[in-house]
Design a protein around this ligand. Structure first.
Ligand code: HEC
Length: 158
């Protein structure tokens, strides 16, 4: 049901060529392409059709804040934060080779859609004393879209 209405919204949006959202989406698509070229072997992103998947497209937009500090592919060079590749199902603070805060390592949390949602809403309240400098996304819809996108881009290849 919601799927249906979302699809209708997309159509309506497409009926307005050059609207601000479309221009923004085009800009992001262009810059993410540039990012990929720049990163060379850092890993291919999984493709999707933004028109057919407006939630994933929104998630991609929201993920750019994360990518300032996090890679999404395996072994992505990430001086500011650990790569998020394969994070679902992983214990928080357990990636070898990254210097996590004691707070994250001691949290006992395993990353699932639920724990990720709570973390991304208010990281400093969910795990006090962590060192991720990100205030959080307050909108539950935004977090759901972002998590859908991250699931697609960070899950391990079969
Ligand atoms: C300013 C840099 C920065 C930004 C922006 C940022 N993070 Fe982080 N993130 C970090 C750091 C640093 C850590 C390690 C925290 C610690 O050790 O306490 C971290 C940890 C994490 C972890 C735990 C990883 C693990 O292996 O346990 C997840 C999940 C995560 N971030 C997701 C995100 C997402 C999703 C976003 C975007 C909404 C985001 N982060 C934005 C720097 C950042």
């Amino acid at each position: 049901m919601t799927r249906f209405s979302r699809r209708r919204m997309t159509r309506r949006r497409e009926a307005l060529p050059g609207g601000p959202l479309r221009r923004l989406a085009a800009l992001v698509a262009a810059s993410s392409a540039a990012l990929l070229v720049g990163c060379g072997s850092a890993g291919e992103e999984r493709a999707f059709d933004p028109a057919a998947n407006p939630e994933l497209a929104r998630g991609e937009l929201l993920s750019f804040a994360c990518r300032a500090c996090h890679g999404l592919a395996p072994g992505d060079p990430s001086p500011l934060g650990p790569t998020l590749h394969g994070m679902l199902g992983r214990r928080a603070g357990s990636l070898p080779g990254y210097d996590y805060s004691q707070a994250l390592k001691d949290s006992g949390i395993v990353w699932t859609e639920e724990t990720l949602d709570a973390w991304l809403a208010r990281p400093d309240e969910y795990i006090p004393g962590n060192k991720m400098a990100f205030a959080g996304y307050r909108s539950a819809d935004d977090r759901r879209a972002l998590i859908e996108y991250l699931k697609l881009q960070t899950e391990k290849a079969p």
